[in-house]
Design a protein around this ligand. Structure first.
Ligand code: SF4
Length: 345
């Protein structure tokens, strides 16, 4: 793991919204997504954000994050809110996790605090802390019950599936909901996914409810900035849903899950700027990024922007504090995540 770490707190000049890999993401629903860190204990061959490879990692102070969440809660309305911890990395590597969970669950209107994890760092002691600090649900990315397949997909030499399964039991017995979220890699782990479905059905037969133990099969997607499994070609969405329907019939289990299944609904959103692709924007550079060709720009006190530096420019400390004009190359109106290019001509 890279030792170059940027710690972001209230004294930093880096805004907590607008950058995809850190801070807070508001997609206009009752779910507020947090990205508190970028480190990972794995380096999966299929990782869509290439975690584990970054030149610089980022960690956000928990108090700073919680203060931002409280501001957003006022806009959304303080009822039926979910806070979802979904870093470009591994949530269990976050040192301030107990404090973060506690503070989030104490916010009026927050009914669910959930997090994503690969689960490998779980232990009885950690689960005890998650329970004590009111974690509602954990989504575990387990792709196979065979160690060999997991080692191949996650690019590691040792993957203790039995220990992970033991920890899933401990989570369930601690009243923490578990959602097993395998990625379906066509031609690679079909059989493995069926074994995970059988495991979920077995746990339900043992008395854990449909809400306590869930399965959410994910489609393998290829992103320009991610790592890819060379020999696997993703299938269309139509084919993916057809396969899920087939498995639903065979096993008598609901596999096609949508926002409604998680109680996700529309809510007011933190105001967006209405910026579009191709617009020019004046920003101040406030930080390096994860890669040498990336930095973070500041639009205002609350919103930042990821800036890609065009070759041959790479980040250097002299860029900090410079005010530049960059061109927006990606603007997602749904979540206000922005990417700009500099220089643009
Ligand atoms: S897929 Fe998840 S666990 Fe694997 S490297 Fe990426 S962030 Fe880490």
């Amino acid at each position: 793991m890279n030792e170059n770490i940027e710690y972001i707190d209230a004294k930093s000049d880096i805004p907590l919204m607008g950058v995809d890999f850190l801070g807070v993401i508001d997609r206009g629903t009752n779910v507020i997504e947090l990205k508190p860190l970028t480190m990972c204990n794995l380096r999966c061959k299929y990782c869509f954000v290439s975690s584990g490879d970054y030149n610089t990692n980022f960690v956000v102070n928990s108090y700073h994050l919680v203060e931002k969440v409280k501001e957003i809660v006022k806009i959304k309305g303080n009822h039926d809110l979910e806070i979802h911890l979904a870093p470009y990395g591994e949530m269990l590597l976050y040192n301030e996790l107990p404090e973060l969970l506690k503070s989030l669950s104490e916010i009026t209107g927050v009914s669910t605090v959930s997090m994503q994890s690969n689960g490998l760092l779980l232990s009885k002691n950690i689960i005890e802390k998650l329970k004590k600090n009111d974690l509602t649900r954990i989504n575990i990315s387990l792709n196979s019950l065979k160690e060999e397949t997991d080692c191949y997909l996650c690019n590691c030499t040792h993957y203790d599936v039995n220990r992970l399964l033991g920890n899933i039991y401990t989570l369930l017995n601690s009243n923490i909901q578990v959602l097993i979220a395998p990625v379906w890699f066509p031609g690679e782990n079909e059989k493995d996914i069926e074994e995970i479905i059988e495991l979920v059905l077995k746990l339900r037969r043992e008395g854990f409810s449909k809400q306590q133990i869930q399965i959410g099969i994910q489609k393998y997607l290829i992103y320009k900035t991610g790592r890819t499994l060379k020999k696997i070609k993703p299938k269309s969405w139509g084919y993916f849903y057809l396969q899920l329907s087939r498995l639903e019939k065979r096993y008598g289990i609901k596999l096609k899950l949508g926002p409604k299944d998680f109680g996700i609904h529309k809510r007011p959103q933190v105001s967006t700027f209405g910026l579009k692709r191709g617009d020019l924007i004046k920003i101040k550079i406030v930080s390096r990024g994860r890669w040498m060709n990336e930095c973070i720009g500041k639009i205002n006190g609350s919103h930042g922007i990821k800036v890609l530096l065009r070759k041959p420019i790479i980040f250097s400390e002299e860029l900090i504090g410079k005010v530049i004009v960059a061109k927006i190359i990606k603007a997602n109106y749904r979540d206000n995540i922005l990417t700009a290019l500099f220089p643009y001509n």
